[in-house]
Ligand binder design. Structure first.
Ligand SMILES: [Fe+2]
Length: 269
């Protein structure tokens, strides 16, 4: 495991800060903060020795005071303001709502209609669509990232804390986005799907290190800006610039990629 590459705080504490690289300056700044709240290894091994640095980032930089803040949000703010934002499953659209029903006798006719409409999509549109799709399909990476965060991670895989419940149900909602896009792309016949699938497998296998230090303060700042950026990007590339109508959640069969994309955007991705 990569933890084998951990490094403790560097020696030479009396050296001038300018002699150190940026990484060491960061390490000292965190070390001067209140005592770290959590760390499996250092909590058991006695006094804190200093920040653990891996791949240029400090691990477990959340302080005890800030952990208290994070946990204090559970029963009040999170339970009453955040968890209710999760839609009930029966109120959510599903990928099948936007695709030709494969159980129907005229399925192939509908696929033919879909392919006729898709054949005139410009290549640059497809490139953007596939890029967005790959991003959605890397969802396991994002759930993994959320579960690196101290104080909010899902400790069991089915934890009933509001933080864990949010992470799982957000992931479940998100899962529809890549699903509908992938199925649509497959049906259009406009892309080399195997190449895309190989890319997705490589992307998930490579993982992502957003340098958020297991710290929910940093983690949620990151995801807030990233989600906003995603919405702007998709709006510009999907229906915003194309003037596509917001979808109605009434099984609008094979209206084309923009409807499918708009379906994703309806949940702000
Ligand atoms: Fe999404």
């Amino acid at each position: 495991m990569a933890l084998g590459r951990q490094a403790t705080q560097p020696r030479g504490a009396n050296r001038h800060p300018a002699a150190d690289g940026p990484r060491r300056v960061v390490a000292r700044a965190v070390a001067s903060a209140p005592q770290p709240a959590t760390s499996t290894s250092h909590a058991q091994s006695g006094p804190v020795q200093g920040p653990i640095i891996m791949n240029g980032q400090v691990l477990h930089s959340l302080t005890a005071e800030r952990l208290d803040v994070v946990r204090s949000l559970e029963d009040g703010y999170l339970q009453t303001q955040v968890v209710p934002l999760l839609k009930a499953v029966d109120k959510c659209w599903q990928p099948a709502d936007f695709l030709p029903p494969s159980e129907d006798a005229d399925f192939l006719d509908k696929v033919h209609e879909l392919r006729q409409r898709a054949k005139n999509l410009p290549d640059d549109y497809l490139v953007v669509f596939v890029g967005d799709m790959i991003t959605e399909e890397a969802l396991p990476t994002y759930m993994t990232m959320l579960n690196t965060l101290d104080g909010v991670r899902d400790e069991t895989g089915a934890s009933q804390t509001p933080w864990a419940k949010w992470t799982r149900e957000w992931t479940a909602e998100e899962n529809r986005h890549g699903d509908v896009m992938n199925k649509y792309m497959y049906l259009t016949g406009r892309v080399n799907l195997k190449s895309i699938e190989v890319t997705i497998q490589n992307l998930i296998g490579s993982g992502m290190d957003p340098k958020t230090e297991n710290n929910p303060y940093l983690g949620f700042l990151y995801t807030s800006f990233q989600e906003r950026a995603t919405k702007v990007c998709w709006g510009a590339g999907g229906w915003g610039r194309a003037g596509v109508e917001r979808p109605r959640c009434k099984r609008p069969h094979v209206r084309g990629p923009r409807t499918a994309l708009a379906g994703c955007l309806a949940r702000a991705c």
